[in-house]
Write a protein that binds this ligand. Sequence first.
Ligand SMILES: C[S@@+](CC[C@H](N)C(=O)[O-])C[C@H]1O[C@@H](n2cnc3c(N)ncnc32)[C@H](O)[C@@H]1O
Length: 537
Amino acid sequence: MRQEDQQQLSTSEELLQELRLKANELLLREEWQESVQVYTQFINLCQDQSSNTNQHCPNTDQNIKLQKSLCLALSNRAEARSRLRDFTKALEDCDQALKIENTHFKALLCKGKMLLCLNRYSMALDCFKTALLDPQANGNLETLNGYIEKCKKLEYQSRTGAFDLSDWVLNGCRGKFPELAEYIGPVEIKRSEFSGRGLFATKNIDAGTLVLVNKAIAIERGILSSEDSGENEQLMMWKNFIDEVVESTKKCGRIQNLLSTLSTGEEENELEIPEMSLFRPEADDINSKSNEELDMERMLSILDVNSLVEDSVSASVLGKNKDYHGVGLWILASFINHSCHPNTRRLHVGDYLLVHASRDVKAGEELTFPYFDVLKPIDKRKEMSKTWGFNCHCKRCKFEEELCSKQEMKEIEMGLERGVELGGAILKLEEGMKRWKVRGKEKGYLRAAFWVAYSEAYGSEKMVKRWGRRIPSVDVVVDSVAEATGSDERVVKVLRRGDNEVEMERVMKLGRGIYGKVVKKQAMKSLLQHCVYRLSY
Ligand SMILES: C[S@@+](CC[C@H](N)C(=O)[O-])C[C@H]1O[C@@H](n2cnc3c(N)ncnc32)[C@H](O)[C@@H]1O
């Protein structure tokens, strides 16, 4: 080697050394963005030098050393990028490192952790298993085996839908949230009679069976002050939430593609029906590029139409500090339309949304959950659906709208507003239903509309004594309302807890409609006790 070349080499070696030290220090200090920048300088320089040495003498110690440094720097940059949630680029770094050294421990560990985070359980499992082959695995066997067990568990959950939160619930839903996988049950997206697309059952589903488990694309939580019902905080949360979604879409082509399938609320009937495979947790599109740009106006409309708040009448939130309020976006769940006789409910556990049948569902039936309180009369529901930006086209609304024109119905409503005796109003409605030949589920629709009257009447011993023989029993009303609108905490609450097993069985069945079959008997009892009877958890 000429003296000039030798000199140049030692200068760049010094520079490489300097950059490496600086990047490592930034990584240790968790200054992710800055460390990415310095690693990038290091990697570029390393690659230049490596291609030079490769031309002259490819197998020298010098070149082998360079390749080793490059591999480590790529793994470290991947780690920093993954902390910034820039998974696409971080995965590219890992793959580049693995091309140089196919069992590189750090690259495999980093890639496996990201794949787990992206719900690619089998691919993550392969990474951790391959990492076992690297000599560095010996000092990290406990960590690796921990990840391997986690991947196996999540892959099983994701394939079977068998989730069990019993231990966590029995521990008072305290501590770390349980590990959950994404899951898609027997459902498909099809054209809906309500509007646009909807999610449909592909087979009969029992009350309590999970239909999907979705991880939020973005979620923002905050504490609302009592002033102005926390309007300022809510605005701030909304702004942060939008920033979070924008950031995720910028960094991940797949998220952008999924987001573009959602409705903006305009011309829903013209929208395409996306393939279910797009949403599968193990989908093989991890590095997909975005197909189209999403402008800000469209993004805001999408968020407006599809975001959900955690606290709502149709949702139970477990393990959350009750002062916190959250808003989030769960992509597949966004295809679920509203109905005033809904058949599913949602359960929030950490960033996961679990949707289960709240009553038995037939194959081919559309799955719906309530966007607002459906234990209300038609006029109130109409107002609420307007604030959501649509007119409800459900069967129950059509049925009640027709009946509402009846003078007697109007009188019952006005009477309740004036504060007439509840028992009398209920009797008038029940007798009216006989005359109007209202049968089956439709009785449940009307009882649900006047739920306030029924629940107050059954809650008062005096009233039960006075009207008990003339109005239907609490059991009959609870069953018909649950059959029409699915299980609900308030409906179960009016059932007095009996000590005998039969009564408990009924309550447990209704409980499965509220929380889903994600806990065993003892944990379900505990949930019902805390959430329904004492209403605090
Ligand atoms: C979260 S999206 C539900 C999926 C949507 N239908 C689609 O095609 O993507 C909410 C929108 O669906 C429509 N929608 C939901 N429930 C409805 C109902 N009961 N009646 C009429 N439109 C409904 C409304 O346009 C609403 O803004």
